[in-house]
Design a binder for this molecule. Structure first.
Ligand code: URA
Length: 213
């Protein structure tokens, strides 16, 4: 991909993920710094051609320092595996916000605000530029807002947008599927299986693979 994504956000560009992450880990001027929660950036294979962007770390992610390692992460891995993606090899996973937003009681967590999401956005775009994926999945409204400036996941999900040579699809957030476990036709879970099959097709097309082995 020749065109730089981060140029569209006016973000500073880094020469490597290592350089970017070392700056991010030292961040102290971000809107969630005062919350005192940890910087959680990514997991998976930095050479992967499939990039998944979530919302924000939760309590388990805050402890382990990796995104999607709690219940939502287990659900995400199951979805990926259902389409023959290896979550460690085929995928790179990050978030829209890099610290857990603490809840009112200081213990639980809440959804990030648009202001918080906007602050971290240039870093997300810099991760995208450095990973250089063919396909990106945005889980839920926060990631769709961060990358596409759009919300309304029920109508956005399953639809491709091509942006700067990358294919982007919003999908339901795995936590939403945990809250809606029905597999009936037309249910969010059934729609997610349809979406991930489409993702597999597009990925195979773009990476020149034949049917998933
Ligand atoms: N939900 C997210 O969106 N990201 C995580 O890292 C964990 C749960």
């Amino acid at each position: 991909m020749s065109q730089s994504d981060s140029s569209s956000t006016g973000a500073k560009q880094y020469s490597s993920l290592e350089e970017l992450f070392s700056v991010m880990k030292r961040m102290s001027d971000d809107p969630l710094a005062k919350a005192g929660t940890n910087i959680v950036i990514s997991r998976g294979n930095p050479k992967a051609k499939l990039l998944i962007i979530g919302e924000a770390p939760g309590p388990e992610e805050n402890i382990q320092g990796k995104p999607f390692v709690g219940r939502a992460g287990q659900m995400l891995d199951k979805i990926l595996q259902a389409a023959n993606f290896d979550p460690e090899q085929d995928v790179y996973i990050t978030n829209s916000v890099f610290r857990m937003p603490p809840g009112e009681d200081g213990k639980n967590f809440r959804k990030p605000t648009d202001t918080e999401t906007d602050f971290y956005r240039p870093y997300v775009f810099e991760i995208i530029r450095l990973i250089d994926p063919f396909v990106m999945l945005l889980t839920g409204n926060v990631a769709s807002y961060s990358i596409l400036r759009k919300t309304g996941i029920t109508s956005l999900r399953g639809k491709w947008t091509e942006l700067q040579g990358r294919w982007i699809m919003p999908i339901f957030h795995p936590s939403y599927l945990l809250r809606n476990p029905s597999k009936e036709p037309g249910s969010p879970k059934a729609q997610m299986w349809d979406d991930i099959r489409e993702v597999r097709k597009k990925y195979d097309e773009l990476t020149g693979k034949t049917a998933a082995s």
